[in-house]
Design a binder for this molecule. Structure first.
Ligand SMILES: [Zn+2]
Length: 623
């Protein structure tokens, strides 16, 4: 890729990783890995002590178990150390490979680390079973110690599902068989989607391309291009619909069977695992879905406004990621926003929330923690990661000066801020569920988008920026609930027997019609085949956390006005607690709201309604 003059002017900086390790082949990495090796050896010597008492640990009293508890705490301490030492080289290798996927020493390091990761996972198992199964008094005694007290939330949370745990032998067998069972179906889908080719009609020409490339065309401004790409992708999947249906039936069948096997003492349903993983209650999930129903007319209105901007009555299924229609191509200044300017803009907008947030953005730039350059071998996409030893975040993207790049930068800096306010917490309190993972990023994105709209000079510019904001509504409030409804209905039907492709198509079409109504011209009956999320073998219902995350962070944004000066300190404390509280407790403590009730969500909806109203005004002016 030859850089244009424009790119040189606009592109972002390269990040600085030298403070972490000098290189993937450095003595510092070897020293860390040697230490991991000796930590694992020690754990592997201690583990049999725990394993030997697992079958009786449920009734074992705390009295007289001092030696056992000492062992368990020592294992825990060793695991925590090993985790940090493994984490940083892993992040280092993946950062290097993101910038240059051909970096051979980084590839070698990544390969070596996979072996360590496997061994580490096996070393964790006995302690995790011990803590899940042990009697209440034994666990209380274990946690009542300066070295383990911080793990209280994660240990207790995990124990809520202890009734599901099978014997160690059974668990080991399930996990061994799952590699060529449930996970094999996921891999098959991955291979299929990676090699599948489709024929897209572009103008008068038919072009053959991979489906990922064709999916990229769904973001083109030209109506016909998007429609051709969508049709081509679906035709390609149609050939393999039987394979996809087999995979879907097998993945759901496996999970349903596991639920039955785990139901010995208490019934386990297919929604238990995803709800638990997202650290929320089924009550909150039900509320969330009923709020989505309340928001459905508003989201349909947003979809119809977008259709109108494209000069049609309703959106097609190929329009879900359509960009703002090009209003005045010739009049538009083509210069873009240079990286430095974007960074200052984000710092100012963040600084409006609180000066500390603005200072944070400038510090991240000054420390060289942002990778925003343009490069031939860079991986696409954007992410935020971080190093544990130095407690410093890194932001990765390719910055080329478009408005969407500014928003992406704001999004990733939101993640970075989240990790920054948590940087001094113990490891066990740093990981959070997917439902809360996008809180700070969506918040940061909204702050900056609103700032961009405020500084836009013409209605056309405002429209351009508001488009993505409005696009989010149907994406989260119609598409995600449709996916949830489909998946739930599918599992319920699959519990009786495997479903045929025509039945699966019907389930999908009716879910789409139920949520989109007349805001779309037709449903996407093959969406279950083309959407990767249904084939992630490690996680089910990879949909409602998106809905929760979106409405929760928009709700948080709406609270800003209400809480005034109290907002920021509460916001920071809320972010700090994301790894050691349930979503409900978090909201109750820091926002004084109950997520199980409608009130909090309804404030969010009225804020969203205001956004749709002003978008409608813009649409009326322009179309
Ligand atoms: Zn994100």
């Amino acid at each position: 890729m030859q850089k244009t003059v424009e790119q040189f002017v606009l592109e972002g900086p390269q990040w600085d990783l030298s403070g972490e390790y000098p290189s993937p082949e450095s003595a510092e990495i070897e020293a860390d890995l040697a230490e991991v090796e000796s930590l694992l050896e020690r754990i592997e010597i201690l583990n049999p002590q725990l394993e030997s008492i697992l079958s009786t640990v449920e009734t074992l009293p705390a009295e007289g178990a001092t030696a056992l508890l000492d062992d368990a705490r020592e294992i825990n301490g060793l695991l925590e150390k090993a985790q940090v030492l493994l984490h940083d080289p892993e992040v280092f290798a993946s950062c290097l490979l993101s910038v240059d996927s051909q970096n051979a020493p980084a590839q070698t390091l990544e390969g070596r680390l996979q072996q360590y990761a496997k061994r580490f996972a096996a070393a964790c198992e006995p302690l995790s079973q011990f803590l899940d199964l042990a009697s209440g008094s034994l666990v209380t005694a274990y946690l009542d110690h300066p070295t383990t007290r911080h793990a209280e939330f994660s240990v207790r949370r995990s124990r809520e599902r202890r009734h599901e745990v099978l014997s160690l032998a059974e668990e080991n067998m399930v996990s061994a068989l799952s590699q060529d069972g449930i996970h094999a179906w996921g891999r098959m889908y991955g291979q299929l989607s990676g090699t599948l080719q489709c024929e897209v009609l572009l103008g008068n020409e038919c072009q053959t391309m991979g489906i990922a490339e064709a999916a990229g065309l769904l973001q083109r401004p030209d109506d016909q291009t998007r429609k051709s790409a969508w049709s081509a992708i679906n035709s390609a999947w149609e050939v393999h619909e039987e394979s996809c249906a087999s995979a879907l039936n097998a993945i759901a069948g496996w999970r349903l069977e596991m639920c039955r096997k785990r139901s010995a003492s208490q019934e386990v349903t297919f929604l238990d695992a995803p709800i638990h993983m997202n650290r929320m209650s089924s009550e909150t999930l039900e509320r969330l879905l009923s709020i989505a129903e309340e928001a459905r007319p508003l989201a349909q209105r947003a979809a119809k406004l977008q259709a109108r901007a494209y000069g049609k009555e309703a959106l097609g299924p190929w329009d879900m990621r359509a960009p703002a229609p090009d209003l005045n191509k010739s009049a538009k200044p083509s210069t873009g926003i240079a990286f430095e300017e974007a960074l200052e803009l984000i710092a100012d907008a963040y600084g409006e929330v609180n000066p500390e947030m603005g200072q944070f953005v400038r510090m991240v730039r000054d420390k060289g923690w942002i990778e925003g350059s343009v490069g031939d071998y860079k991986r696409p996409g954007a992410f935020c990661t971080g190093f544990l030893k130095s407690r410093s975040p890194r932001v990765y993207m390719t910055y080329t000066g478009g408005t969407s790049d500014v928003i992406t930068l704001a999004h990733e800096l939101g993640h970075a801020f989240h990790s920054w306010v948590m940087r001094d917490l113990p490891l066990t309190q740093k990981s959070y569920g997917m439902s809360l993972a996008e809180t700070a990023s969506t918040f940061g994105e909204t702050v900056v988008r609103d700032a961009l709209i405020a500084r836009a000079r013409t209605p056309a510019e405002k429209f351009d920026i508001a488009w993505e904001d409005i696009l989010a509504l149907p994406a989260f409030v119609l598409n995600i609930p449709a996916r949830f409804e489909f998946e739930k209905n599918f599992y319920e039907a699959r519990a009786k027997r495997p479903l045929q492709t025509t039945e699966i198509k019907q389930l999908m079409s009716s879910a789409w019609k139920n949520w989109y109504g007349d805001s779309i011209s037709e449903a996407d009956p093959l969406f279950w085949a083309s959407k990767l999320h249904f084939y992630i073998s490690g996680v089910s219902f990879y949909n409602f956390p998106y809905l929760f995350g979106y409405l929760f962070s928009m709700g948080l944004y709406a609270q800003q006005e209400k809480m005034g000066a109290d907002f920021f300190p509460n916001y920071k404390l809320l972010l700090r607690d994301t790894g050691r509280m349930t979503a409900e407790d978090l909201a109750a403590k820091h926002l004084q709201v109950r997520l199980q009730d409608a009130d909090f969500w309804r404030v969010t909806l009225s804020d969203l309604e205001r956004r749709v109203d002003s978008f409608e005004e813009l649409t009326n002016t322009l179309f």
